[in-house]
Design a protein around this ligand. Structure first.
Ligand code: IMP
Length: 193
């Protein structure tokens, strides 16, 4: 096990920060962009999830020259050929929020029998000037209507395979047992340990 390491988490998303802070071991100190008083929007213009994750990590690494990791996540729906995928954040348009994205997705899936979907996270880590990526995937299905108050983004319409509840009905700790993000971050922890 390594002694102690500081890692910037290159995200402005407080929900992602909450989830990851609950998994990370004590010897890893997460520095948030808020801690660094950095609130610029980091561009997400790449056309793959991996590309965006790497771009975000490099962007912050170039600014702060400190070990850093980023997370880029997409929801891939089978009947929509993997949409919204890399466009998950702005599926309904640049100025739209999660409710708009959910509504657009539910409309597009209306009358589709196949509601299989998966969340995919790529975490990009820059440590000792080298880039490493870690993937986490969870399969499940898209519900007909949003259910649950917890979580964020598409959580209320995603039911993980083998579960009777949506992600938004699970606590952070319950989501962390199985989620795409936790799978990817556990690989990162393993790598640096
Ligand atoms: P990004 O990784 O921040 O670019 O997120 C892309 C989109 O997926 C945004 O609309 C997020 O709200 C959503 N998203 C990211 N992670 C999750 C998750 O764990 N659950 C539900 N939605 C998520």
């Amino acid at each position: 096990m390594i002694k102690h390491i500081d890692l910037i988490f290159a995200t402005g998303n407080q929900n992602k920060l909450l989830e990851i802070n609950k998994i990370i071991p004590n010897n890893v100190k997460i520095i948030s962009l808020k801690d660094l008083k950095f609130s610029d929007d980091i561009p997400e213009n790449e056309n793959t999830i991996e590309g965006n994750a790497i771009y975000k990590a490099k962007y912050i690494y170039n600014k702060f020259n400190t070990n850093v990791f980023s997370d880029d996540t997409g929801l891939e729906v089978e009947a929509l050929n993997g949409e919204p995928g890399v466009y998950s954040a702005r599926y309904a348009g640049e100025a739209c929020d999660s409710n708009d994205n959910i509504n657009k997705l539910l409309k597009k899936l209306n009358k589709k029998k196949n509601r299989n979907a998966r969340f995919k996270t790529i975490i990009a880590l820059i440590i000792k000037n080298k880039i490493h990526t870690f993937e986490g995937i969870i399969n499940g299905e898209i519900l007909k209507n949003p259910i649950g108050e917890n979580g964020f983004g598409y959580d209320s319409i995603f039911r993980p395979a083998g579960y009777s509840k949506s992600f938004a009905e699970l606590s952070i700790n319950e989501k962390n047992i199985i989620s795409h993000r936790s799978l990817a971050i556990k690989k990162l922890i393993n790598f640096i340990s």
